[in-house]
Write a protein that binds this ligand. Structure first.
Ligand code: MG
Length: 301
């Protein structure tokens, strides 16, 4: 019994190690105590789709109902694309190519060198997409996007599910990788090693994030499972940090989860956030689009 006691109850040294790993301490290693969301700009209608240009030192973001894409840089905010076809998610590929989800045109576009959006995905099985919402580009250039119904706005849904799609931009091949299990697939991101794909379900009855294992050869998803349930509100945009922690928008701010799905903490945001991305010249800024405002949280380098 004595040996069992020793094994079961931690020594003071072990308790100290456990303290170091508490969620609060791990959270504050990522987000300093007192870190606050700083409002960079306001007066918009509904913001989403923040994307930091990998070399250009600027951020793009969408005002969906206003039908514009804005640019934020050291000199402030300016209109970058007008009209935007009510664009939502934006993502810069590794070579700086911009991909955009457009609710209005029900398509995904790639921005050509002359600045014009060129469609790269418009139909699946011969039918119009629902309303592509958010997207992510892998290191090899493969594009993944979600296709919920939020942007249909009275138009007929023609897809048989709300899919998660994988697009090979070189060949145009579009494959449905997941969908039946979703109410409304929305934000998505890969783990740093791209072996896991996270997809949020913003359906109010679901309000959870699923995670899948990703086959390196062809992207096939397996072992889909619930990673976490998001409360309050629903998950929307999300990103992984370099350590694999998952940062997602939620009803009360930005929630940070460990790679194991443990909630580490929340960064409050004055307005309900819908999307986020990392950026800044040193990669130590978190940009958050939240209804009518663009916010920033400065993080440790
Ligand atoms: Mg979204």
């Amino acid at each position: 019994m004595a040996a069992l006691f020793i094994l079961t109850f931690p020594t003071p040294a072990l308790m100290s190690a456990a303290d170091v790993q508490s969620p609060e301490i791990r959270f504050h290693a990522l987000v300093p105590p007192g870190a606050a969301a700083e409002k960079l700009a306001g007066g918009f209608r509904f913001l989403e789709g923040p994307a930091w240009h990998p070399t250009g030192a600027y951020l793009l973001f969408s005002d969906i109902p206003a039908g514009k894409v804005f640019r934020f840089d050291a000199s402030g905010v300016s209109v970058w694309r007008d009209p935007s076809q009510h664009s939502n998610g934006n993502f810069f590929g590794p070579d700086g190519t911009l991909y955009t989800c457009e609710h209005g045109a029900r398509r995904v576009t790639r921005t050509s060198p002359d600045g014009e959006p060129m469609p790269v995905a418009e139909t699946f099985e011969g039918k119009p997409l629902n309303s592509p919402n958010d997207l992510v580009v892998q290191r090899d250039g493969t594009v993944w996007f979600t296709d919920p119904t939020y942007g249909l706005e009275g138009r007929k849904k023609e897809q048989r599910a709300n899919f998660v799609f994988r697009l090979n931009p070189a060949t145009g091949e579009l494959r449905a990788m997941a969908g039946e299990e979703f109410g409304q697939p929305n934000g998505l991101c890969f783990s740093p090693d791209e072996r896991r794909l996270y997809v949020g379900d913003s359906d109010e009855k679901q309000h959870l994030i699923r995670v899948y294992d990703v086959a390196a050869a062809d992207g096939t998803l397996s072992d889909g499972r619930v990673f976490c349930t998001v409360v309050p509100g629903v998950p929307d945009g999300m990103r992984c940090d370099r350590a694999g922690n998952l940062w997602t928008t939620a009803g009360d701010g930005v929630h940070v989860y460990s790679p194991e799905g443990e909630l580490l903490g929340c960064i409050p945001v004055p307005e309900t956030p819908a999307n986020l991305c990392f950026g800044g010249l040193d990669g130590d800024e978190l940009f958050v689009t939240a209804r009518t405002g663009l916010y920033r949280v400065r993080l440790p380098r």
